[in-house]
Design a protein around this ligand. Sequence first.
Ligand code: GLC
Length: 452
Amino acid sequence: MIDPETVTRLDAQAQQILRANDKGGYTVPTKGLYPFQWNWDSALTALGIACFDADRAWQEIEKLLSAQWDNGMVPHIVFWQHEEGYFPGPGEWRSERTPPTSGITQPPVAATVVRQLASFLPGDHGARVTPMLHALDRWHQWFADARDPDGIGVVAIMHPWESGRDNLPDWDAPLAHVDTSNVGAFMRRDIQLVNAAERPVNDDYNHYMALVQFGRTCQWDVKTIAEKCPFWVAEPGMNAILRRAERDLIALAMQFNLPEIASRATRRLTRLDHGFNQLWSDIAQGYTTLDLRNKKLEHRLSSASWLSLYGGPENDIRAKSHYSNRIEWRQKIRFALPSFDPGDPAFDDIRYWRGPVWAMINWMVATGLAEHGRPDLASLLADDTAALVEQSAFREYFSPVTGKGGGGKDFSWTAAMWLYWASPSARQKNGDTITWARSNFAMCANPFAMSR
Ligand code: GLC
């Protein structure tokens, strides 16, 4: 139980962080380490901003979508203003666009956020939301065309950064096939700002830069990328988040009378719902990463395995195996949900995505658990998230073993998830389950949702 004064103090601090990270229309994830607009950070951060400034929350999404590429992609970083201290900056990506951006995307949580905002912010949102739905439809169509050109029903990532989970152990084997001999020397900036033990290792960075080099050499041409990129991997995080986003886009399109968008999204969703099955590992009893280039399925679980519950309705047998895996993991650590299996030798409690807990993943997994009739497990995740913030404030991520914070400080999405979901004051206001009920699958328009 967090005492009421602490809750009031943390609520105020979270708001203050979001205001301080506001650059005018967009919010940086944290000053110094990430000084631009990041795609999924921005969308998730809008949920926190909405708790105190509705108009500003909508602007966050509008600004992100205004950087959409002509081919529909919404980039992972938008370099709205010049900043010296970040690597790799616009000169490495060479997007040849104004504003400059990176050349890759990130998990498309935006449609889900728009649906959440439209459902609880007061007012008639039609005029504001309609252009967003057109942009989201084009982005989701880009995923289908560029990242699943053969129509197999899972979308691929061409860079670990596209998953948003940069150094997950799942990427180790597929990255080993990426040639780094032409990368040359470069200077990392992240480890000048954050303890190197909490960040990806240098060898990871060589591989990241080799893939950036590949992309810019083909000028980010999606056909060349799909045919030749040495890293081409389908993973449950991106795919579950996209399935969820399509469901939310369908609901919004019906609500705002855009039937063509609803039917396009339904067609895409049907393919994705069926295709997701390819990521199931009988050995791991969960959804894992499929290396499409080397035809190899990973058999270790990560926190994204649970996102299947957020992606759409899960069948009972698989849902039960998620719950028991989840409980088994929790017994090995103090705070859920670690980003990687705490029983695996590759687990590292403080190194970024090889173990640490991330507040926004907890929110997504909790949403899925509640929607599958497990508010008990969902509440445990909110409790753990709140306890971590109480112990270590608004850090980028947390050790599931000690609760120690890692990476950047005063982090936007941690502050946002606190305000929107994990803070006892938010839970009291929302009656604990209201944020989940808001997005219940009952409103799902997809007739094929249960057929997998
Ligand atoms: C790291 C994270 C990614 C996030 C970005 C900005 O790259 O792995 O998920 O979007 O930082 O916070």
